[in-house]
Design a protein around this ligand. Structure first.
Ligand SMILES: *[C@@H]1O[C@H](CO)[C@@H](O)[C@H](O)[C@H]1NC(C)=O
Ligand SMILES: *[C@@H]1O[C@H](CO)[C@@H](O)[C@H](O)[C@H]1NC(C)=O
Ligand SMILES: *[C@@H]1O[C@H](CO)[C@@H](O)[C@H](O)[C@H]1NC(C)=O
Ligand SMILES: *[C@@H]1O[C@H](CO)[C@@H](O)[C@H](O)[C@H]1NC(C)=O
Length: 541
């Protein structure tokens, strides 16, 4: 109680000092005080369950494996026999979780949801560095991880993934890997060089977990350290070199800023913009690890139109400096949530300070200078190894934080966090209920075809001017401040038709191609005056 009260005072002070408007209806609630493992990596699947895992060399977690199962691993650096879980499946509607069995080390790995809905999780550390682990999205509760310890061509630790129009993933970089590969593998391509990654490596290695975004022209946008390229991965050629981000400070791990591609429209002219926010200044890692001096995090964001042949970075200042934040696209199609992280220091063991408890919303369509909105604070610091993912009901699931090399629950600053929390943006508040649409049909998962129309029927108490927007959002893989494969499309619609009182239908054009919407599962939302419905799952291939 007192912490919440104290944080509210901090918020009020911040707002009065900075003149940034605050949202009041947004709130936080603790869903689970402990799930036994720390949510270092999270992925929502289309069965409305979230796959969560940390690493196998953390020592014993706080969750025992079922039926006397244990992992006997002679390669484990900490526990040769570990009878605890390092992964759970969290069921959102039941608000319950069950332990899963990982055999190889998933520490600092990456993932993609395949077009058929299975989670393809790649890389890690030690005996997991070349592993590919598959988690099926199952109806029942007896599925578990299937592991191939040599699924990748080379070791990938701190790599990033992006799903491609053909349904494969490209896996880029990782520590001491200046190259990329595809998964599933094809017969032609093995490991392909990417000198951009060695060129952006500095002494602090601020180019790990590169930010990847699939551009609307099919090329891959890659941001590492303070630079970016547009890359034709099929021909292994750089198509465009973007200007260095002004200021020159690094934005990737361990200087961990975050990045999203802003909401895309699916009709011509096709344009795309990328936003990169926060991070820590050059030298921050060295200073915090060697001298115990925790430099203030970066407070700037850079925004760039990546489809423009001669683009420039537009720099903006956030109300709160932040390193290790997570950026989450909200279903309104007009909001980017920036959440979690620290105000000083950097990523790495024990190197973050000044937890930033208030999320901030960035509204890309507002005039420059009035795009940031400070949200109400959580009471739980979420520093290194924390995550956030959007749920189909519009809440944001937040978990993790473990700045320590093992689980450490007491006698340390920022103890290992095993809780799961939900942040409810203000569109979930009572005041929004008169506008909130409810999708009636489809009432279960809908199969879409590229370029074909589909119909959504929905209820809304108040629908002024009969205008809604329809958004389509991919569930992202969140880890280390970057949500891989996160993508939001604002779909083309024709007018809304009335069916009965408060009941309407809208015809919607599915995305025209896999370049705009790589195959797989997405959530579709109807948004009325900025208030989204609950989403429905769709599949496109
Ligand atoms: C560990 O689990 C026990 C039993 O569920 C629980 O009482 C305790 O609070 C948990 N510890 C942490 C740090 O979550
Ligand atoms: C950080 O420390 C390493 C190792 O001492 C050194 O090689 C590097 O130059 C330092 N980097 C910076 C940016 O100070
Ligand atoms: C937790 O941290 C304390 C304080 O640094 C240390 O004494 C203890 O050994 C740590 N426990 C583990 C399991 O690492
Ligand atoms: C938080 O907001 C949600 C959505 O508005 C609401 O259902 C819930 O009751 C609120 N919780 C608290 C503790 O205020």
């Amino acid at each position: 109680m007192s912490t919440v009260f104290a944080s509210s005072i901090v918020l009020i002070l911040l707002i009065s000092q900075l003149n940034f408007p605050a949202a009041t209806a947004a709130n936080w609630s603790i869903l689970q005080p402990t799930i036994g493992v720390s949510a270092m990596h999270m992925q929502l699947l289309h069965n409305d369950r979230v796959i969560i895992f940390d690493r196998t060399d953390f020592g014993p977690s706080n969750l025992t494996l079922p039926s006397g199962k244990c992992r006997a691993d002679p390669n484990d650096r900490v526990l040769k026999l570990d009878c605890t879980a390092h992964s759970v499946e969290y069921d959102i509607s039941a608000d319950s979780y069950r332990p899963l069995t990982l055999l190889t080390d998933t520490w600092c790995s990456s993932a993609t949801v395949a077009p058929d809905g299975r989670l393809f999780q790649t890389g890690g550390f030690n005996d997991g560095e070349r592993a590919v682990r598959i988690f099926p999205s199952c109806e029942n509760t007896d599925c578990d991880w299937l592991e191939n310890p040599v699924g990748l061509a080379v070791r990938r630790w701190y790599a990033s993934n992006q799903i491609l129009p053909d349904g494969r993933s490209i896996i880029v970089g990782g520590r001491r890997q200046f190259n990329y590969e595809f998964y599933p593998k094809d017969s032609v391509s093995g490991v392909l060089n990417l000198p951009f990654l060695s060129n952006t490596k500095d002494p602090e290695e601020n180019n790990l977990y590169p930010f990847l975004h699939l551009n609307v022209d099919g090329n891959l946008f890659i941001f590492a350290n303070n630079r970016a390229i547009l890359f034709d991965y099929k021909r292994s050629q750089i198509v465009r070199t973007y200007p260095t981000m002004p200021g020159g400070d690094p934005r990737n791990y361990p200087s961990s800023g975050s990045s999203v591609m802003l909401p895309l429209t699916t009709t011509a002219p096709l344009e795309a913009e990328v936003l990169v926010c926060g991070g820590s200044p050059k030298g921050s890692y060295n200073q915090s690890s060697k001298d115990g001096t925790f430099m203030k995090a970066l407070s700037t964001c850079g925004r760039i139109q990546i489809t423009n042949p001669s683009p420039i970075w537009q720099m903006e200042t956030m109300p709160l400096a932040r390193v290790m934040g997570d950026m989450v696209l909200l279903p309104t199609g007009k909001d980017v949530l920036i959440i979690n992280g620290a105000g000083a220091g950097t990523a790495g063991w024990e190197l973050g300070r000044d937890p930033v408890l208030c999320p901030v919303i960035y509204r890309p369509d507002e005039p420059s200078g009035s795009r940031f909105f400070v949200q109400s604070p959580s009471s739980i610091p979420r520093l290194y190894h924390s995550t956030a993912v959007l749920l189909r009901d519009g809440r944001v699931l937040v978990g993790g934080s473990n700045p320590h090399i093992y689980y450490n629950f007491s006698g340390v600053e920022y103890p290992t966090e095993l809780s799961l929390e939900a942040f409810s943006p203000d569109y979930l508040g009572q005041d929004a209920s008169i506008f909130r649409p409810e999708i009636l049909t489809p009432s279960s998962e809908l199969e879409l075809s590229y370029g074909k129309e589909f119909i959504l029927r929905f209820n809304a108490n108040t629908l002024r001017n009969k205008v809604v927007i329809v958004t389509m959002l991919s569930p992202a893989f969140a880890t280390h401040s970057f949500s891989m494969n996160q993508r939001l499309l604002v779909l083309a619609t024709d007018g809304v038709m009335s069916i009965l009182e408060s009941s309407y239908s809208v015809r919607v054009a599915a995305p025209p191609s896999g370049t705009l919407a790589p195959p797989g599962y997405y959530m579709v939302f109807v948004v009325n005056e900025g208030i989204p419905s609950e989403g429905v799952w769709v599949h496109i291939q």
